[in-house]
Design a protein around this ligand. Structure first.
Ligand code: HEM
Length: 131
């Protein structure tokens, strides 16, 4: 029961985290300062805490289930680190665009969405198929 509840908490925080990342990726692709400022506040208040919780609940699941010796989890953690780095890069670009008061399309803004969604697909396949 505790394991299932931890998994539910892992998934809920993941949805909130990924939802926040998609919003920032779209804001960089179709920039408008009026949306960027509230998004930065939302990221700080909701998305970043959700990311931290998703990672904590993931680690708890790994400990409770004794998964840390499994190869799939090792690969998953590497991909998760890349996804977390992508979140940092997105927020950095958002801050810079706000700082520059720029409504211009952010360099590299188009790649965030496909790269992030690609990572998500790989991570979910890894955790469900456990190759
Ligand atoms: C430190 C980071 C993470 C660790 C240690 C971790 C670990 C785990 C573990 C041990 C499970 C339970 C597997 C099972 O019971 O079969 C799990 C479930 C899951 N994780 Fe993570 N996870 C992490 C981050 C993520 C991220 C970033 C995503 C997605 C982007 C993700 C997606 C999922 C999904 C969809 C499940 C449910 C799979 C199922 O029930 O079949 N995890 N995670």
């Amino acid at each position: 029961m505790l394991y299932e509840l931890t998994k539910a908490a892992h998934l809920i925080s993941l949805f909130v985290w990924i939802g926040g990342m998609v919003a920032v990726a779209l804001a960089l692709r179709y920039p408008a300062l009026i949306h960027m400022k509230p998004l930065k506040a939302y990221d700080r208040a909701v998305t970043t805490p959700a990311m931290i919780l998703a990672l904590i609940f993931g680690i708890l699941l790994g400990v409770q289930g004794g998964w840390f010796t499994s190869a799939w989890l090792g690969i998953k953690i590497v991909l998760v680190l890349v996804l977390s780095g992508l979140h940092g890069a997105l927020v950095g670009k958002l801050r810079r665009a706000i700082w520059d008061s720029s409504d211009q399309v952010v360099a590299g803004g188009r790649v965030f969405l496909p790269v992030g969604l690609g990572l998500l697909v790989l991570i979910v396949l890894l955790v469900t198929l456990k190759p």
